[in-house]
Ligand binder design. Structure first.
Ligand code: SF4
Ligand code: SF4
Length: 355
């Protein structure tokens, strides 16, 4: 059901939602940007409608709500393990279409990729989504080519107009509340962009032969393995585990999981002094092919949702979208004797000391 709402009623609606939910949305943090005197748009828990930033892209994604950067799983003593308490309130997240497609990728990894992840599932079940319509594309977005510019699986969508809002509600629990504050009923479709300034082409003909392209070496020289591209990505899901032992009793502590990055040192370290992908070009190759090649082989759709955040954040101006566009050319440029998956796998195994 669609409604027209005046912006001034939104704080009353947020107030009612806040009884059941913590509300997360992109907000502007003044002076908190990476450089002195700059601002940044990031996700925060909000109380007031005016805090929500509609006209800029959030530098980090909504991902922190479902998958906290630093999450305590349980507390332990010598003979007792206690689970972290479940939050009483649910989460209500304002996000854009690409990010809502990102939720599908997180669900794939944490709920359908083997066993269900208990800690993810309990947050996910408590979370509702409000789609922010996109009236125009931001600079680095390529959602149209990734097919993520439109979404239908929201609880509510909001199109911002001059002084009022168009909303479409798909959550039966909110019907009465919205009808109470609505100025009118109307059929509403979420705003969606139909073109971006950035375009990517991903050929179905790409094969693992691209792994042997010399072009990956360019990234060994340019990338500083800071991991920022992974942290802003709404579809990167890797974490590492940490046991924290308290100083007043070294046998008591807590187990946490914290975000990890396939671009930083140590990510592939294994017992026996083994470590894969030690140069930054190999790490870039792994990340790019995971986003636009092997994830699709397994799940039938690309992992990347085309939000462009990795391009925006890279301090070395490395562009993921440019790299994706080079893939087809990389196949042509790789030596013919290496153009088969089997030969590549053999060479990789040899490099890693398995042959
Ligand atoms: S790889 Fe880059 S463009 Fe694709 S979803 Fe991740 S951050 Fe967005
Ligand atoms: S943000 Fe750029 S420099 Fe940092 S790891 Fe990613 S590609 Fe490398």
């Amino acid at each position: 059901m669609g409604y027209l709402l005046k912006e001034e009623v939104m704080n009353a609606i947020l107030g009612e939602w806040r009884r059941d939910y913590d509300i997360f949305a992109p907000v502007c943090l003044k002076g908190k940007g990476a450089y002195a005197g700059t601002d940044v748009v990031r996700y925060q828990c909000i109380k007031d409608w005016s805090e929500i930033v509609f006209d800029k892209k959030a530098q980090f994604s909504f991902k922190e709500v479902l998958l906290p950067m630093n999450q305590t799983l349980f507390y332990f003593t010598e003979d007792l393990v206690t689970e972290e308490n479940r939050k009483e309130k649910g989460n209500l997240v304002f996000l854009r279409s690409c990010d809502l497609h990102g939720v599908k990728r997180l669900d794939e990894i944490y709920l359908r990729n083997g066993g269900e992840d208990y800690y993810y599932k309990r947050i996910r079940e408590q979370t509702r989504f409000i789609l922010m319509g996109c009236g125009e594309s931001f600079d680095s977005c390529f959602c149209v080519d990734m097919g993520t510019n439109q979404s239908g699986n929201y609880d509510l969508c909001v199109n911002q107009r001059d002084g009022f809002l168009e909303v479409d509600n798909q959550n039966p629990e909110w019907k009465e509340l919205l009808a109470k504050y609505a100025s009118a009923e109307e059929s509403i479709t979420p705003d969606a962009v139909s073109e971006n300034q950035v375009s990517v082409t991903i050929s179905d003909q790409i094969s693992l032969d691209v792994m042997k392209s010399k072009q990956w070496e360019e990234y060994s020289a340019r990338c500083i393995n800071c991991g920022r591209c992974n942290f802003v990505c709404p579809t990167c899901t890797c974490f590492t585990m940490q046991d924290i032992f308290y100083t007043d009793n070294g046998k008591v502590g807590e187990r946490k999981r914290v975000w990890a990055s396939c671009m930083v040192d140590g990510f592939t370290d294994m017992a026996g002094n083994i470590s894969f992908r030690q140069d930054n070009g190999s790490r870039m190759r792994f990340k790019v092919l995971h986003k636009v090649y092997d994830y699709k082989k397994r799940n039938g759709y690309h992992m990347c949702v085309g939000c462009g955040r990795c391009d925006d954040i890279c301090p070395e101006y490395i562009s993921f979208s440019n790299c994706v566009n080079k893939l087809e050319h990389m196949v042509e440029e790789s030596p013919p004797h290496l153009r088969s998956a089997e030969s590549v796998e053999r060479k990789e195994a040899a490099e890693h000391g398995n042959e």
